[in-house]
Design a binder for this molecule. Sequence first.
Ligand code: ADP
Length: 304
Amino acid sequence: RIVVFGSLNADLSVQLPELPQAGQTVLGSGLFRSPGGKGANQAVAAAHATQRRGLPAAVRMVGRVGADDEGQLLRESLAAAGVDDSGVQIDREAPTGVALILVDDAGDNMIAVAPGANLTVGEADVAGAVAGLRPGDVVVCQLEVPVPAIRQLVRSARAVGARTVCNAAPAAALDPELLASLTVLVVNETEARHSLGLSVTTPPQAAQAAASAGCAVVVTLGSRGAVYATPDGDAGACPAPSVEAVDTVGAGDAFVGAFAVALTAGDGVAEAVTAGVAAGATAVTQLGARYYPHPPDPKSGDER
Ligand code: ADP
């Protein structure tokens, strides 16, 4: 099974003709409210990928929301997507995280996040995430919750023989010990520079990154797809299909969800990258961080 450990945010999006410069005001269209957060988006992406592939694997989300409407909305959206939300705790002290998202006509975006309850994720949540893990399970995390919790999670997951996929987003430097204890690091180009200190756009550069990090490295390259390498020297590239990009928010999350499901299904890194690239390309064709054209169960609907 898959456990996604990470953030839940209420996304507030406005579409604009162009992104504002500092000090500038730009008038856009109406406000679009949707459930988001890298963790929750990846859990939903994984649930859809699981159902699309007809796999029995269950997806469980572990994280924190506030005792407010947004928190309720987030939990409902997870349940509607078929994600087990029993690991999502309601924090009485902090509000649900909020992301303010600006998207321009070219599909580029700017995002500001007020993390709220995501910052209170800690030891108790790690214990909840690791409970019941079995060898071969896949644990997915990102960096929108405190890094000490991530470190603890990766260590505990590894101790029971589970595999770990860390999407090091938003961009941050990662210590060598954490990198070496991961199964797979998934980053975009910018995040690769921060987490690995390397520019990675080709398979040989990915191979160099994997050798120095001590884990498999996957770097997503937007419309150019992704490159990957494993520490034992397997490296390659997967181009993305040509699609009309409307909104790139959530492309990386769709990639990670589908990638993790492929690993659970027994795929190697190369095959899992192919699954991730296909899911990412689909995600950019519509507005919203969670877009799935064929919901497996019409009754569950789409949470947008
Ligand atoms: P992030 O959203 O984390 O910055 P990327 O922009 O690299 O990540 O996108 C993740 C994946 O989504 C890519 O590997 C690719 O498969 C897909 N993708 C993103 N943008 C496009 C695009 N313009 N056309 C086709 N696929 C895309």
